[in-house]
Design a protein around this ligand. Sequence first.
Ligand SMILES: C[S@@+](CC[C@H](N)C(=O)[O-])C[C@H]1O[C@@H](n2cnc3c(N)ncnc32)[C@H](O)[C@@H]1O
Length: 276
Amino acid sequence: MSKNYNQSPLPFQGQKRRFSTAFKEALNEFKTAPVFVDLFGGSGLLSHWAKSQYPDATVVYNDYDDYHLRVSNIERTNVLLAEFRFILKDAPVDKVISKEAKAAILKAIKQEEKRSGYIDYITISSSLLFSMNYATNYNDLSKQCMYNCVRKNDYEPANDYIDGIEVVKMDYRQLFDRWKHVPEVVFFIDPPYLSTDCSTYSNYWKLANYLDVLQCLKGTNYFYFTSNKSSILELTNWLEKNLGGENPFSGATKVEMNARMNHNAGYVDIMLYKRV
Ligand SMILES: C[S@@+](CC[C@H](N)C(=O)[O-])C[C@H]1O[C@@H](n2cnc3c(N)ncnc32)[C@H](O)[C@@H]1O
């Protein structure tokens, strides 16, 4: 593997780039591990780091969102972004764009979709929509107010990003069952954030889903990611203290990272890892 990426090559919400140093340092404690299984692969960043550090190990990346397709289409995405820059060359930066410019952008997207059959809606959203807003298809995108926040530079091609990594796509429970009996396997467990609102979001993660994941921590080697917003550590400590029973985090090493959303709101991202 030639290049070591400190962050995922394309935008991905929830990627663990802030843990770059801490994760790689902690990985040193797993030198003899033959297999790493990234149950909630997301952008594949944890898989990439594991493969870079241990090229001879088997690394399995659960690409639930088909992120690898986005990576293999970077050049196509760059062409589209160049078209947006041309359409918006006289438009003020970070401001809402005109109706005409929006129509021209949508036309360019439609043409490209017809021509190549692939559009990376998430990446182009980050150049056209208000921060943290993402569309995943043409209809979604066409309904939104667009801004001129087009990235100035191309994305770097990242053809080597998942070199040597085994890419799969399935529910994490199925993948866990496939690998749980392999001696010394290490699981990367970074589930979606716990949702507390009543959205109609189809992949809505409620408390029961979040607790189900803890079954993957029983007697396994793992790296687990959460944040103080989920209160999962508080809950497991409370249960252990008051109701008895095993705490899946006992004996784990904890690393905390402060994250800031704006100047008066922040939270703590947490990584726990354990070798049995
Ligand atoms: C917090 S992200 C993982 C981020 C990743 N560690 C990174 O650094 O990019 C959680 C991922 O789990 C995926 N996911 C959601 N439900 C899943 C399921 N049932 N099985 C496996 N993955 C799932 C989400 O689509 C998302 O990509």
